[in-house]
Design a protein around this ligand. Structure first.
Ligand SMILES: [Fe+2]
Ligand SMILES: [Fe+2]
Length: 283
C-alpha cells in the first residue's frame, strides 16, 4: 500500500476542512512509514492518539459546517463519524492495553478504509451544499487542535521549531502535527552536531529533543544550550520513549523546560508548546 497524496480532487470546498483532511492523511502516511521501524510502537501510539484527537476535532468542525449549510444528510453523516470515532478509540484502547497487540501494518488497512473512503466518498456528498455557501467558512472557524486559551496570541505560522530525533518517522509525525496548526518553519536534526549547526547563528523559537538521539543524549544538548550566551533561555521540550531511564525530574534538572513521554498526544504537545512560548514571552 502506497502513501497517499492529497490532491484538489479531494477538496470539499472549505479550506479549513481540506486542511484537516491533509493532516489526517499525513498521519496515516506517518504510520505507513513506521511499519517495521524499531521504535514502531512510539510512532504507532502517537499516531493513533493524534488520529483520535484530530478525528474528534475535525468531525465536530465538519458537523458545524453541514448544519450551517443545512445539508440534508447531516445526521446520517454524523452517525458515521460516531462509528469511525469509536473504531479508532477501540484500536487505541487495544494498543494501550498491550503495545505488542497492535502493529502498524494491521492498522493501515483499517485506517485506509476508515479515512480515505470517508474523505473521498462520504465527505464528497456534502461538497455541493457547502461550496460557496456564505456560512461555511464561519461555521468551520479557525480553531486549531490546541487549547484556545493557552494558545491565545500565539502565531503558529511564525513559530520556528527545531526537532532533534534520530527516528525520522517520529520526526515526520511531529512535522504533521506542527504543520496541522500552520507552523511554517520546522527543522529536523538527527544528531547533536546537526542540532548545534541548526541553532548557531540561526533563529529558533523552541527545541523539541528526544532523550536518546542515536547514541547521544538530548540531555547533553540541553547542557550545551544552557552554556551558550545567546541560546541559554531557548525553551526546550524533552521527549522520551524510554521511561525506565528517563524521567521528568532528571530532564528538568538538566535544564529542559518540560518533558513528555512517547507516545505523545498531539493536543498535549501543542498545549505544551503554547505554554512554553507564553512563558518565554513573559520572562
Ligand atoms: Fe471529513
Ligand atoms: Fe465526514
Amino acid at each position: 500500500m502506497a502513501t497517499i497524496t492529497w490532491s484538489e480532487m479531494m477538496s470539499v470546498g472549505v479550506p479549513a476542512l481540506d486542511a484537516d483532511h491533509k493532516t489526517l492523511i499525513g498521519l496515516i502516511n506517518n504510520l505507513h512509514r513506521s511499519v517495521g521501524d524499531e521504535e514502531e510502537y512510539a510512532t504507532l501510539g502517537s499516531v493513533l492518539q493524534a488520529l483520535e484527537e484530530y478525528a474528534d476535532h475535525h468531525f465536530a468542525r465538519e458537523e458545524r459546517v453541514m448544519a450551517a449549510c443545512r445539508y440534508p444528510s447531516a445526521e446520517t453523516h454524523a452517525r458515521m463519524h460516531r462509528r469511525l470515532t469509536q473504531q479508532v478509540r477501540d484500536l487505541r484502547a487495544a494498543y494501550d492495553a498491550d503495545r505488542t497487540a497492535v502493529r502498524a501494518k494491521q492498522c493501515l488497512d483499517f485506517l485506509h478504509k476508515w479515512l480515505i473512503e470517508h474523505i473521498c466518498s462520504t465527505d464528497m456528498d456534502y461538497r455541493a451544499w457547502v461550496i460557496g455557501h456564505a456560512d461555511a467558512a464561519s461555521a468551520a472557524g479557525t480553531a486549531a487542535l490546541s487549547d484556545q486559551r493557552s494558545s491565545a496570541n500565539l502565531d503558529w505560522k511564525t513559530l520556528k521549531v527545531l526537532v532533534v530525533d534520530d527516528n525520522q518517522n517520529f520526526c515526520q509525525v511531529m512535522r504533521t502535527i506542527l504543520e496541522g496548526v500552520g507552523v511554517g518553519d520546522i527543522r529536523v536534526a538527527a544528531d547533536l552536531a546537526a542540532a548545534r549547526a541548526a541553532l548557531q547563528g540561526k533563529s529558533v523559537d523552541v527545541v523539541i529533543t528526544d532523550w536518546h538521539v542515536g547514541r547521544e543524549s538530548g540531555l547533553e544538548l540541553v547542557a550545551w544550550l544552557r552554556r551558550q550566551a545567546d541560546l541559554a533561555h531557548l525553551p526546550v521540550l524533552m521527549l522520551s520513549g524510554h521511561e525506565r531511564v528517563a524521567n521528568r525530574d532528571v530532564a528538568l534538572n538538566a535544564g529542559a523546560d518540560d518533558f513528555m513521554e512517547k507516545p505523545i498526544s498531539a493536543r498535549g504537545l501543542l498545549i505544551c508548546l503554547a505554554r512554553l512560548m507564553r512563558k518565554g514571552r513573559e520572562a
